[in-house]
Design a protein around this ligand. Structure first.
Ligand code: SAM
Ligand code: SF4
Length: 359
């Protein structure tokens, strides 16, 4: 029965209806599920993994999402913003280390000064890296004009998670002035501006059902997204959502399981998109990211931010690699990827096949 469903899923993209998505998400035979998703990953991408060096630009944020450790209401966080020279130095290191691609991420800031600062960084990176280098932005909701300025300054990918596609759950996770509709609108604008567009959700949120997750997968299809950056929700003790959740080994195990299932079913449903095995998986299990690849993911996002800043960019508890410098992370990651029989695709930007299939 499960095998029939997996064969059906593998036959062509989007070949599962709502009930079938739910069934796959509920299966207890995860070994068979992950193996089928990995097989499909091998067919589209081969035994290789692409890297995006993650630069955490700063933790100032105008928003107050109830789950996030750097929300503006958390006054225990020491705020920082990297200066231009430091960002360029980290980006150059990433380029010189053959990563092929990087992500610039920060709290959400909307201001002319921030728009110009990011544009200047983008131009600075393009100056030494040229066009054949991947640059993803993950800087939250902005106006069409701002997205356009950044696209023209050199960004070609954007990651904006919808977080959950259940509007009611979204409202419970955010203050009243955070708009689900605006987030959807932003994703549409990013697509219109021809960014390789990524979104994603947190899985295992309090109050989230398996049906919500199946709807999330249908949303990714409906919005025709190119990349997925999904990860399990992980509590942070200094947040309204996380403060009463006991982060036990049992809890971590369940969060990891649902995170891996989402990756696998997304691969089986959407086929040719890029899917990240996010750091949140590693926060739950030492080998979480490797397990993500074996469940169908093909992207890793090693942190390349200087170690001294990492402590202030804790979205959740247990953030891994806090005391490791970028060079150590690089070696560790290479070894981890080789240990599962895969190879890092050094120096390649690893574009979304789904995006190029439409161009
Ligand atoms: N501020 C931008 C935004 O929200 O789109 C980009 C940076 S934000 C820190 C990146 C992602 O972190 C969010 O989209 C959210 O899914 C994730 N995140 C925040 N808190 C989390 C938590 N407690 N557990 C897992 N992921 C979390
Ligand atoms: Fe800010 Fe993003 Fe965290 Fe929300 S998830 S508080 S927008 S950094």
């Amino acid at each position: 029965m499960l095998n029939d469903l997996l064969q059906k899923a593998a036959a062509k993209p989007h070949n599962l209806d709502f009930a079938e998505l739910v069934e796959l998400l509920q299966t207890e035979d995860t070994e068979t599920l992950f193996a089928a998703a990995y097989e499909l990953k091998l067919g589209y991408i081969g035994k290789k993994v692409n890297l995006r060096g993650l630069i955490e630009l700063g933790n100032y944020c105008a928003k107050d999402c109830y789950y996030c450790g750097i929300r503006k209401g958390n006054d225990k966080v020491e705020r920082y913003q990297l200066n231009y020279d430091d960002v360029i130095r980290m980006a150059k290191w990433t380029y010189d280390q053959h990563y092929g691609s990087l992500v610039l991420q920060s709290g959400e800031l909307e201001s002319p000064a921030n728009t110009e600062y990011i544009a200047k960084i983008l131009r600075g990176i393009r100056e030494f890296a040229g066009d054949d280098y991947g640059i993803t932005l993950c800087l939250g909701e902005q106006t069409e004009e701002v997205y356009k300025i950044w696209r023209e300054a050199g960004a070609h990918r954007y990651l904006l998670r919808i977080e959950t596609t259940n509007p009611e759950l979204y409202r419970r996770l955010h203050p009243a002035d955070h708009s689900f509709e605006r987030r959807c609108e932003c994703i549409k604008i990013l697509k219109k501006l021809d960014y390789q567009t990524g979104t994603g959700v947190m899985s295992g949120l309090p109050g989230q059902t398996v049906e919500d997750l199946a709807h999330d997968l249908q949303f990714f299809q409906k919005y025709d997204i190119d990349m997925l950056g999904m990860g399990p929700y992980i509590p942070h003790a200094d947040t309204p959502l996380g403060k009463n959740i006991a982060f036990t080994p049992e809890y971590a195990k369940n969060q990891l399981a649902i995170g891996l299932k989402m990756i696998a079913v997304a691969r089986l449903y959407l086929h040719d998109i890029n899917i990240a095995a996010t750091t949140a998986l590693q926060a739950l299990d030492e080998t979480g990211r490797e397990q993500g690849i074996k469940a169908g993911a093909n992207i890793l996002m090693p942190n390349v931010t200087d170690t001294e800043f990492r402590i202030n960019y804790q979205l959740y508890q247990n953030k891994p690699c806090m005391d490791e410098n970028s060079a150590k992370c690089r070696n560790c990651l290479n070894w981890r990827v080789l240990s599962i029989g895969e190879e890092i695709d050094w120096d390649h930007k690893g574009d979304s096949r789904h995006y190029w299939a439409k161009h």
